[in-house]
Write a protein that binds this ligand. Structure first.
Ligand code: ATP
Length: 233
């Protein structure tokens, strides 16, 4: 994945500026305060947003010129599961991606059932997605994404509403995945296992390196900022 002289604006404001970035590690974490540009960066990688200037290349594809080809290679997990779930039942949701990519419907359904079983949620198969809790919906989104077997997974705070046992299960699952993962997260326990962490600050890369370097630096910054708020409130 490559960012070259990328600028992105919202209304009149520049919200992301990345002069040059080459991402080759298998597990990359994005951290930063709310509004620092993490979601924007992920959406530039999946072609949902296009750079105002510069170039983004993902899985060898220029996101502007090859936008239509990106979904086959790049899986994206939204922060809010309601933005992702479109089918009435859980099994239909998980079976949709592979069926859309040409797998015969019965086989796609069988594979979806196997995936649901492996994650202990086969009993949800015929349930309406709207009847699930927020965390359950999030898990269905993750399984639907894994079912499509993309070569790159982009995840925007995927574990925010999962309970601890489910979160630990998903950690193990993500760690074992062969795919490249880029994940925006505030979950330092998981990010500590990653290969590279990028700290975004007001749309700029403030620090980029190993978790052992970047996570404590961000934590120290957050502590200082938090203490400042406490003193002034
Ligand atoms: N639809 C929008 N219209 C205008 N500005 C937006 C829009 N979406 C995001 N922004 C702005 O872009 C900037 C970056 O937002 P972004 O969602 O990328 O941040 P983030 O780091 O993912 O935040 P969070 O941790 O809260 O999810 C913020 O200043 C935000 O206010």
């Amino acid at each position: 994945m490559i960012f070259e002289e990328v600028q992105f604006r919202r209304a009149d404001r520049q919200v992301l500026a990345i002069p040059e970035l080459y991402l080759a590690e298998r597990r990359i974490g994005l951290i930063g305060d709310n509004g620092s540009g993490k979601s924007t960066m992920l959406r530039l990688m999946n072609g949902l947003l296009l750079p105002a200037s510069g170039r983004v290349e993902v899985a060898g594809l220029d996101t502007v010129r090859h936008r239509k080809d990106l979904p086959a290679k790049v899986g994206f997990l939204f922060q809010n599961p309601d933005h992702q779930l479109i089918f009435p039942t859980v099994v239909e949701e998980v079976a949709f991606g592979p069926a859309e990519r040409g797998m015969p419907a019965p086989q796609a359904r069988q594979q979806a059932m196997a995936l649901l079983e492996r994650h202990g949620c086969a009993q949800w198969a015929e349930r309406n997605v709207n009847e699930l809790s927020g965390g359950q919906k999030q898990l269905v989104c993750i399984l639907a994404l894994l079912a499509t077997d993309p070569s790159i997974l982009l995840m925007d705070e995927p574990f925010a509403s999962l309970d601890l046992p489910t979160r630990l299960r998903m950690y193990r699952r993500i760690t074992a995945l062969p795919q490249r993962v880029v994940m925006a997260s505030h979950d330092f326990e998981l990010l500590a296992e990653f290969d590279r962490i990028i700290w975004l600050d007001a749309g700029h890369i403030r620090l980029d390196g190993r978790p052992a370097e970047v996570l404590p630096a961000y934590r120290a910054h957050a502590t200082i900022v938090g203490a400042g708020d406490a003193l002034t409130s």
